[in-house]
Design a protein around this ligand. Structure first.
Ligand code: SF4
Length: 245
């Protein structure tokens, strides 16, 4: 039987294509301003606006419930750089001191089961995210319907079944695909890094944000998440072509 090749047909006025185009414009604004602020003011307020109210009500997530902060977190270079800058004052010294140990743990556990590199995110203090307003897309769009299963995932990962709402899965897909497509079109890498090893490099140089805005790679040795090129996946390619021709 011939399976054929599936070519998704995507309308240029679909929500995800419109998001990709609008993010592309604010990347230009960020480049002109020499600051990531215009990009993330737009992106993170769009995610907040488009998070369904019933999803927030339904989710089991809340302050000091941070089981999902023990796992590997994928993030693009600008998300990591924006997180490090925080709300102007940067990350607390205690957080910066904790980053190398966590990065080592992630490196040593890479390629092994996820359970072997579980450890609290360096940015987590006393169960709270110290960079909550600057956290990346993956953290903003992770929503569980059962906190007890999240806890179980950190001790008995084979037994845990974490229920999540389809609307949370869709929210993450829209903004992950839209941001990475816009970055690619603007001449930046759409690659996602492991957050812990990205943070390790981002905190070393006060110029990391400027280096990235100039088109250079501030994370030469951070662990890379994506094994395939962004455009190798047919749906992403179709969305990208609908946005940029
Ligand atoms: S950045 Fe914040 S929300 Fe994301 S994993 Fe780290 S502590 Fe958790």
């Amino acid at each position: 039987m011939s399976v054929g090749v599936i070519l998704p047909s995507i309308r240029s006025d679909s929500a995800i294509v419109r998001q990709m185009c609008s993010i592309r414009h604010v990347i230009d604004d960020a480049r002109a301003a020499g600051s990531l602020d215009p990009l993330f003011a737009h992106l993170y307020s769009a995610i907040e606006r488009n998070t369904p109210a019933d999803l927030l009500e339904e989710a089991a997530c809340g302050p000091r419930c941070a089981w999902c902060c023990y796992t590997r977190v994928p993030a693009t270079a600008p998300e990591i750089l924006f997180l490090v800058r925080g709300s102007g004052s940067g990350l607390p010294a205690s957080v910066i001191r904790a980053i190398p140990e966590l990065a080592d743990r992630r490196r040593n556990g890479w390629g092994r089961s996820l359970h072997e590199s579980l450890a609290p995110c360096a940015v987590l203090e006393d169960g709270l995210c110290t960079a909550h307003s600057h956290r990346p897309i993956a953290c903003r769009t992770t929503m569980s319907l059962d906190a007890d299963q999240c806890r179980r995932a950190c001790s008995e990962p084979e037994e845990a079944l974490i229920p999540t709402a389809m609307s949370a899965v869709a929210l993450r897909a829209v903004y992950d695909i839209a941001l990475r497509g816009a970055l690619l079109n603007a001449g930046y890498s759409p690659q996602r890094f492991d957050l812990a090893t990205g943070l390790e490099e981002a905190v070393v140089s006060a110029r990391a944000e400027a280096v990235w805005l100039d088109g250079d790679d501030p994370f030469p040795s951070a662990l890379r998440i994506d094994e395939e090129d962004y455009l190798d996946e047919p749906v992403r390619r179709a969305l990208y072509e609908a946005a940029f021709g």
